[in-house]
Design a protein around this ligand. Structure first.
Ligand code: SF4
Ligand code: SF4
Length: 165
């Protein structure tokens, strides 16, 4: 449970998922921000105004998935590491998950990684597609990972170096 171990309940996760129709159109943001905290840089980071202005700084983000272009600029702006972009049109069997990443060293392109769910449990294997870390992202990189399409609702992190064991 979110309040005890930080893992959101399935109904909370479902409540913020983009629709299947929107997901089938290309990359789209998944904002998994469930707590009312004084924070709103996701709104400022969005050039498409897909994240509405906050009436109260403690509000949770109000996301319009149909307006979202999937640009990913909000990912590194979120101090809670709560924003992902997922592209389910990458291939017939695979999707691309963009993840905020604050560990060092960064992974390399084509590196195989162990995919983890929100509880840190292993759920499969992915492959690094791209690593973004421009100066404008400050200390947060955005890592693009190719994942099995059936893990789009599960995989939310990865671990390096142990998938060969
Ligand atoms: S992915 Fe881009 S368009 Fe979509 S909410 Fe984030 S910043 Fe806005
Ligand atoms: S920046 Fe992140 S933590 Fe802050 S309100 Fe937006 S999604 Fe939530």
């Amino acid at each position: 449970m979110l309040n005890t171990d930080g893992v959101p309940e399935p109904e909370k996760i479902r409540s913020v998922q983009p629709s299947a129709e929107r997901r089938a159109q290309g990359p789209v943001v998944w904002v998994e921000c469930f707590q009312e905290i004084p924070c709103d840089p996701c709104h400022d980071a969005c050039p498409a105004a897909a994240i509405a202005a906050f009436e109260d700084i403690n509000d949770r983000p109000d996301v319009d998935h149909d307006t979202c272009t999937g640009c990913g600029l909000c990912i590194a702006a979120c101090p809670g590491l709560a924003i992902f972009v997922i592209d389910e049109t990458y291939s017939e069997t695979e999707a691309v998950l963009r993840i905020p990443y604050e560990f060092s060293p960064l992974p390399g392109v084509d590196e195989e990684v162990t995919l983890l769910n929100r509880a840190g449990e292993e759920v499969g294997t992915g492959t690094i597609l791209r690593v973004q870390k421009p100066a404008t992202f400050d200390r947060t990189a955005v890592v693009w990972v190719v994942i099995p399409k059936d893990l789009v609702t599960e995989a939310r992190a990865f671990r390096r170096g142990e998938q060969e064991s």
